[in-house]
Design a protein around this ligand. Sequence first.
Ligand SMILES: [Zn+2]
Length: 583
Amino acid sequence: MALRTNSSGHFLRILALFTVGCISFVPVLRAQQPLHAAAAKPAKPVDKPKLVVLLVVDQMRADYVEKFGFQWTGGLLRLVTEGAWFRDAAYPYAATETCVGHATISTGSFPATHGMVANAWLDRKEQKMVTCTSDPDPSVKNLGYAGATPKGADTAWRMAVPSFAEELKFQTGGSTRIVSFSLKARAALTMAGHKADAATWFDGGAWVTSSPYGVQISIEEQAKAHPPKADYGKTWSLSLPEKSYWYGQKALGAVAPKGWDLTFPHPLRGESGSGEPDAAFYQQWTSSPYADTALTELAKKAVDALHLGNAAGTDFLAIGYSTVDYVGHEFGPRSREIQDILIRLDKDLGDLFAHLDQKVGRGNYVVALSADHGVAPTPEDMQTTGADAGLLHLSELQAKIEKALEPFHFAKPAVAQVSGSDIYFAVGVYDKMRQDHAAMQAVYDAALSQPGVSAVYRAEELANRPATQSPAVRAFALSFFPGRSGDLFILPKPYWLLDGTPTGIARTYGTGHGVPYNYDQHVPVLLMGFGIQSGEYLQSVTPADIAPTLAALCGITLAPRDGHILSEALKTADPSSRKRERR
Ligand SMILES: [Zn+2]
């Protein structure tokens, strides 16, 4: 535990040489050697990576690497010790949500460019909330694997620019195969792009895709042979002895999935324990390490079946690991559950990399790992420090604004929707407010009277990326996309959680994310493998830099310039090879 205070910035590398942590004093490299020695193939010289692997861990805070990394022995450790580790990576924008982060990583641009401004927003034309992947095209339909019949239609059509993977396929004559997996549609689809050879996610107890993306035989076989319900009856227990964990048995402010206690062990038996998987079982499953393992197995199967990394071009494999997000929402970042699920994910990634070493060849593929956002501590936990923390009740905020506008006789209701930080007014109301100083002031006064509100911003302050000294205005401006973003924006005070739970109902989660504070913005950026210069890098970067860096490795060009190439982490070419190329 004392090791966490090591501030040299090199503790993981040092530990890799000496110790695996406070429990088992086994050298890490010894633990790694069988994995690598068995799997490694001599790397043959190639000009471009044979495979690009994009890994996005939903809700993984950057400080998890610093705090928990000393216990890792698998793929996460390998990324940190063999790869390029950017320790000061953060999103510069306000909308730190899943769809937004995955789209930023995949396109190399910010939401002001790619248009995925939230997981869901108000469609002003239809006057209804739409998810970022919902596709109104009647010819699009979600398709289920292993006999599942999913509802809805999801694609990446709302993403305003192509993904890196799409550009790679387009610019290399179509030789790239694009395959992506996640528990969430908004992760799998944004990472893949508008079309792909396979984009698979989990919905209603089954693996699904949609009609513009291919149905793959290998995924069908895996879905049939290893359905999630086969994990019914398993129990998630602590991986390490109790004294290895940073936090107490019960996380303060946690809200467990139905059927689970707030303490380990967590049995996957649904709500009733009747022996049959129910909705609660699938919620438990997506909050357990078994879902990450299932995703890893699906990916390995696709690598084998499609011979990814063994064809003419550079292939693309993306995996969005979502369980950390579910567990973080339920138990918070200061929980044994978060520490343990990362220990399990580290093992899954070790397994994945060993498989790729064997099938693609070590050094022939490049891996990028990041997260879509971080997370705040639960307000109850933060309050124990004496800090000002709490719940910002959005339903109360909405009612106050509605009441404040009553004397002005605008449409009723005047507020159409409050969604996270975004306030949308009914058709025509905001235009009238802009002409009526007293009405605008009344709304500001009402919003600022709500406990937890720090500031209010207007859409017209944020459009066209204004030059500003204000970090908050800049953050909201980088998230602003005309037509999709709200009319007004609420900045909560630090450690005040935006809570959309209706008044009088108990909240169903422990904590959340979505605001422009470092606990939501600061995430890991790790690169490893083909063309990557190992090391620790302390300069400020953003996850939008990943796609341009991968593009540089693959010799293609991306349209947006929000991100930049992490050139410090790229190996420079041997000058003699350049001469040969010129001839
Ligand atoms: Zn989340």
